[in-house]
Write a protein that binds this ligand. Structure first.
Ligand SMILES: Nc1nc2c(c(=O)[nH]1)N[C@H]1C(S)=C(S)[C@@H](COP(=O)(O)O)O[C@H]1N2
Ligand SMILES: [Mo]
Length: 409
């Protein structure tokens, strides 16, 4: 029986590399070599479009939402090909760095000012930091009752090396009024409806966050121009907060005398119940609070889940840990579902808001099935929960322990 091509299901379930497997599985009629379902024609293929690794998982292509898998994030600095993509709208089609400008305006700016990209690059000192970007919805797929939206597993996180000028330096040069409390961004991406009067997203940060050393107007990533999918030619980077505040393709920043009221600032977007609620509860907008710092979290990036070893072999595991504004104090692992924990070796961060690397050599007592769990603890003594934490309507902030399966045979 020939099944109809279910594109959504395919997009949901398939890695980019498993097209052949999918065809073999679901199609009875032989498909000649050289044909591809239209959905994956050349200009729709994220490998070709954005240079993404073939094991990246497409969650949605309208707009593009693509996640990594834990084992793809093994490098200390995330390369562009393994960096998740989270778009709310359509990537800008015409981007010309030579004519790109950034305007600083808003009711709390002393005097509106516009910079060319070249002026930004040459009038202010340049800084480079390794900075974690994690989508507020990373881990959403674990919540029950389920939350609508991209069903991110663990791969909506990255730590790349970002280069740019400090937002603080630019704001100080422009001048802001005493009543300034918030900075809102505007990007050049289009709303899915293509309505030019609508923004797909226009979020922002409190002034104190804007003034931090590591809050950048970035023009380079990993030593080269930012890839188009990640905000070329200019991007706000405010690590530690949900990555939705790190506006891509920015051409305007508004200095606000109130909490910015752009698209997706209002609850329920990027907000959680101010007080914990029972799973499935309805929460009114007045009882939702905007997410600020992301919680403590870690990821085992080696080995890939499903590794097999012989009893005499030791397993070298490693990964990264991060905690919003805090440093990581320790990472522990468990091979007995959290009954006992052993410390991992932990490295210091290269700079604030960079993820920290951990590793451990693990011996297993006997043959059989194991899970290796990792649990990070931050500088305030707060650890990751072992189960999915506080349910919330949009499925944000799941920082439950990551785990991989191991077989000793
Ligand atoms: N202009 C603009 N900026 C944006 C977005 C967007 O859709 N448009 N998505 C935000 C969200 S929700 C996230 S998680 C990050 C994703 O960054 P990345 O695609 O570079 O990984 O970008 C943020 N900045
Ligand atoms: Mo996000």
């Amino acid at each position: 029986m020939k099944k109809p091509f279910n594109r959504r299901k395919f997009i949901k379930n398939a890695g980019l590399g498993s097209l052949a497997a999918w065809i073999g599985m679901e199609s009875v009629y032989p498909i000649p070599d050289g044909y591809l379902p239209l959905a994956l024609s050349q200009n729709q293929d994220p490998q070709k479009l954005f240079g993404k690794h073939k094991e990246m998982r497409v969650l949605n292509d309208q707009p593009w939402n693509i996640e990594a898998q834990a084992h793809l994030l093994d490098e200390a600095i995330t390369p562009a090909e393994k960096m998740f993509v989270r778009n709310n709208g359509i990537i800008p089609e015409e981007v010309d760095p030579a004519t790109w400008t950034l305007t600083i305006d808003g009711e709390s700016v002393s005097q509106q000012k516009t910079f060319s990209l070249q002026e930004l690059k040459t009038q202010f000192p340049t800084h480079t930091y390794q900075l974690v970007l994690e989508c507020g919805g990373n881990g959403r797929s674990e919540y029950y009752p389920p939350a609508e939206g991209n069903q991110w597993t663990v791969g909506a996180v990255s730590c790349a090396e970002w280069t740019g000028v400090r937002l603080r330096d630019v704001l100080q040069e422009v001048g802001i009024k005493d009543n300034a409390v918030y900075i809102g961004y505007y990007g050049k991406d289009s709303h899915l409806s293509r309505d030019p009067n609508k923004n797909p997203i226009s979020r922002g940060i409190p002034l104190a966050k804007a003034m931090e050393d590591q809050t950048l107007l970035a023009f380079a990533m990993n030593g080269v121009d930012i890839p188009i999918a990640h905000g070329h030619p200019l991007r706000l980077i405010a690590s530690g907060y949900p990555a939705s505040v790190s506006g891509k393709w920015i051409h305007r920043l508004a200095v606000r005398d109130k909490v910015h009221d752009g698209e997706k600032m209002a609850a329920p977007s990027y907000s959680v119940p101010c007080e914990p609620v029972q799973p499935g509860a309805e929460v009114s907008k007045e009882n939702m609070c905007i997410i600020e710092n992301m919680p403590v979290k870690s990821l085992i990036t080696y080995p890939k889940s499903g590794a097999m070893l012989r009893p005499e072999q030791q397993l070298a595991v490693r990964g990264h840990a991060w905690a919003g504004a805090n440093q990581i104090r320790s990472v522990d692992y468990s091979i007995d579902f959290g009954a006992t924990w052993q410390p991992c070796l932990l490295q210091d961060p290269v700079n604030p808001f960079a993820w920290q690397h951990f590793d451990a050599n693990i011996s297993f007592p006997k043959k059989g099935y194991y899970e290796v769990w990792a649990k990070a603890t931050d500088s305030q003594g707060i650890s990751q929960p072992m189960l999915t934490p506080g349910w919330n309507p949009k499925g944000y902030l799941n920082n439950a322990c990551h785990r991989i399966a191991i077989k000793i045979t």
